[in-house]
Ligand binder design. Structure first.
Ligand code: DC
Length: 218
């Protein structure tokens, strides 16, 4: 069983999907984290694309969700924190636009959700990866609100960061995610749209949980 949430960066997909996984006692899958792990491999390898795809194919990427955190490891070494750096954020859209990388990540995800009940979040899950998902949501919020959320999340760890930098970085990513040729960010026709601008976190979680409970029996 798979429920998917797609939407742009900072729309609240990740925190919402985790809260729903906890409430419904199902697994959580963060597809962006898989693209970030691929990006880390790309940055560390510092090689051409051909060599990178060969290397990626040989990597063992494993993950699990526990205590509110999506843990991820490459060849047995945890990269849960390493995938959240600004360097990865700046390069991930470029790496995620490579069709070979998308095929690799999609295969990984389809394999893992065969067993169990999952809520997964990303950009193209309802359109390209799981077109037959039991339930699909598309979450969004206006750019200023998304940038404010990301800025509030990060400012303590990175005191030099400005709101403007975060807003520009998100806008650049939106642009790349929406314009890429392979599986761009797009609302699936049968997805339920949730505009989170002005909603509190509790309100958005309640709204999605209600839809899930009305449509899926646990
Ligand atoms: O959700 P996130 O910010 O961690 O995602 C990181 C990047 O991965 C994002 O810029 C776009 C890409 N991504 C994607 O192309 N397709 C997905 N299903 C999930 C993420």
């Amino acid at each position: 069983m798979i429920i998917v949430i797609d939407g742009p960066a900072g729309s609240g997909k990740s925190s919402t999907a985790r809260a729903i996984a906890n409430r419904l006692n199902i697994e959580y899958l963060d597809s962006g984290a898989l693209y970030r792990a691929a990006t880390l491999i790309y940055l560390e390898a510092d090689c051409d694309k051909e060599a990178f795809f060969n290397l990626l194919d040989k990597k063992d990427i494993s993950f699990y969700y526990r205590n509110q955190l999506f843990h991820i490891a490459i060849d047995g070494k945890s990269v849960t924190d390493d995938i959240r750096t600004e360097a990865v954020a700046e390069n991930v859209s470029e790496v995620a636009a490579m069709p070979d990388v998308r095929a690799f990540v999609n295969e990984l995800m389809r394999e893992v959700v065969k067993d169990g009940a999952y809520i997964a979040e990303g950009r193209d899950l309802g359109t390209a990866v799981f077109p037959n998902a039991e339930l699909k949501f598309y979450m969004w919020a206006d750019l200023d609100e998304r940038a404010r959320r990301r800025f509030d999340e990060r400012k303590d760890k990175n005191p030099d960061l400005t709101f403007r930098q975060v807003k520009e970085s998100i806008a650049r990513r939106d642009q790349k995610d929406e314009k890429r040729e392979t599986d761009p960010l797009k609302k699936a026709e049968d997805a339920i749209e949730i505009d989170t601008t002005g909603l509190t976190f509790e309100q958005q979680v309640d709204q999605i949980c209600l839809e899930v409970k009305q449509r899926i029996e646990f």
